[in-house]
Design a protein around this ligand. Structure first.
Ligand SMILES: Cc1cc2nc3c(=O)[nH]c(=O)nc-3n(C[C@H](O)[C@H](O)[C@H](O)COP(=O)(O)OP(=O)(O)OC[C@H]3O[C@@H](n4cnc5c(N)ncnc54)[C@H](O)[C@@H]3O)c2cc1C
Length: 423
């Protein structure tokens, strides 16, 4: 007997008949799953696949647009376990294991992550970021993550186009790099479908249906779907939950710009991702297409009044400003040209860390939002813990630190680098 039958039996035969009639004739869809996932970005698709892998029963994913076409499609794709917030290290470590052998992880030979295993190099000069870097590297080592401390000369060997003459501390994480978030979202989604998950694109969830406070389903642009558990993976649109339920969703949409620079020297795939804690914008850089440099600032972006991931303008002044920071570190990029650029929107919380897990005030609702510009690297492990949470199973890592409640209690997950996605 499945979970829904148990529920119907529990409310008695007369009401059960009524429930069945309502579900058949009262604007409800015939397909009533055990779990509904809202959103098919890299998080929702991962949740869906993990639900199926954990034997969740009928899983329905409702996506307003297309799979992977939300903010995931704008991601820089960097994968690292480096964090100053130790809770994130474990989620990132578990996720790396999935990315490292992605097709095997999802059990689908057609799945791909587009992984480039080039490593992650992070450096700080003397100054305020030095001790936080030292502490974060030591914490990583303590958890058993492979990590090397490099001299300036060793760093130059790995990334010869970059100057390290002012670096006081350089960490190198060999098991890191970057991958393709759209590819990961669509791969998770296809593998989920192959395990029986139903994914409907072009369907907007317009509200949550509740009985005595408990979730019983969702209203959508295509009618009602009944389910006792709903997982929201809505990213910047998680604020809709506030409208629907009155719960707080402390997340704001923040636009960031990403530039691809074409310099006289190639930033090749074998060169590591580089995080420059010494630059005003705390730049991150990586190879783009095997020769160009993808560069973006790791600090605060432009707050939008409404969630909207349409492309925004990037002024020439801004290109010049970021280009100058890049050239400061990569001298030959003094003469670089702008090859392409785009904007993307982060779902930023007050402590730049996500909200994960059940919401006490709305039984049946599980949320995963507020990834603050670093959710891709966490997506496999987050998908699994949210699926476990939805099914009432013990989670691989404790979700208590990530609870929504922390914004009331003040037990924030604030990183020691200040505001920004390095967290
Ligand atoms: C410019 C940029 C660079 C980044 N770089 C990195 C990086 O280097 N490394 C890293 O780890 N992370 C990075 N990130 C962050 C990472 O990409 C995101 O955290 C992650 O992709 C978010 O996935 P998601 O599934 O939560 O969101 P999304 O991909 O936005 O998916 C949410 C989905 O929910 C759907 N939805 C919302 N509301 C509804 C509704 N009511 N009904 C139906 N569907 C709905 C939307 O249509 C959307 O498709 C970056 C992000 C940006 C923008």
């Amino acid at each position: 007997m499945d979970q829904r039958c148990v529920r119907l039996a529990a409310i008695g035969p007369a009401r059960a008949r009524l429930a069945i009639l309502t579900s058949t004739y009262g604007h409800s869809n015939m397909y009533n799953p055990d779990v509904i996932v809202i959103g098919a970005g890299v998080i929702g698709s991962s949740v869906a696949w993990h639900l199926a892998a954990l034997g969740a029963g009928r899983v329905l994913v409702l996506e307003r647009g297309q799979i992977g076409n939300g903010t995931s499609s704008q991601s820089s794709g960097i994968l690292r376990t480096h964090y100053s917030v130790i809770e994130n290290v474990e989620l990132a470590r578990r996720s790396w294991q999935a990315f490292d052998n992605f097709a095997a992880y999802v059990g689908d030979e057609d799945a791909a992550a587009g992984l480039v295993k080039c490593g992650y190099l992070i450096a700080a000069p003397e100054g305020p970021k030095l001790e936080p870097l030292r502490a974060a590297l030591a914490a990583q080592v303590a958890t058993g993550i492979p990590l090397e401390l490099l001299t300036q000369a060793q760093a130059s060997e790995r990334l010869p186009i970059c100057r390290f003459d002012d670096a006081a501390l350089i960490g190198f994480e060999p098991q890191a790099g970057f991958a393709d978030a759209t590819l990961v979202a669509t791969s998770f989604a296809r593998a989920a479908r192959r395990r029986g998950v139903k994914i409907m694109e072009g369907v907007a969830v317009q509200g949550l249906v509740r009985e005595n406070g408990r979730i019983t389903g969702v209203e959508t642009s295509q009618g009602r779907f009944n389910a006792p558990v709903v997982v929201s993976a809505q990213n910047i649109w998680a604020t809709e939950l506030s409208r629907w339920t009155g719960i707080e969703t402390p997340v704001k949409p923040e636009r960031h710009a990403v530039l691809a620079l074409e310099g006289p020297e190639a930033y090749s795939y074998s060169m590591p991702v580089y995080k420059d804690l010494g630059s005003p914008g705390m730049l991150y850089c990586r190879s783009y297409g095997g020769s160009q440099m993808l560069v973006s600032e790791g600090t605060v972006g432009e707050t939008l009044s409404e969630p909207d991931n349409e492309q925004g303008d990037i002024s020439m002044d801004y290109v010049v400003e970021v280009g100058a920071q890049a050239a400061e570190r990569f001298p030959s990029f003094e003469t670089a040209g702008l090859a392409s650029s785009w904007t993307g929107v982060y779902d930023v919380t007050p402590d730049w860390n996500p909200v994960l897990g059940r919401v006490d005030d709305v039984p049946g609702l599980v949320v995963g939002f507020g990834f603050s510009g670093h959710g891709f690297k966490l997506s496999p492990a987050v998908g699994r813990v949210l699926a476990q949470e939805a099914l009432g199973l013990p989670t691989d890592v404790s979700l208590a630190p990530y609870a929504l409640e922390r914004f009331r209690s003040g037990r924030l997950l604030t990183g020691s680098y200040g505001s920004g996605a390095v967290s």
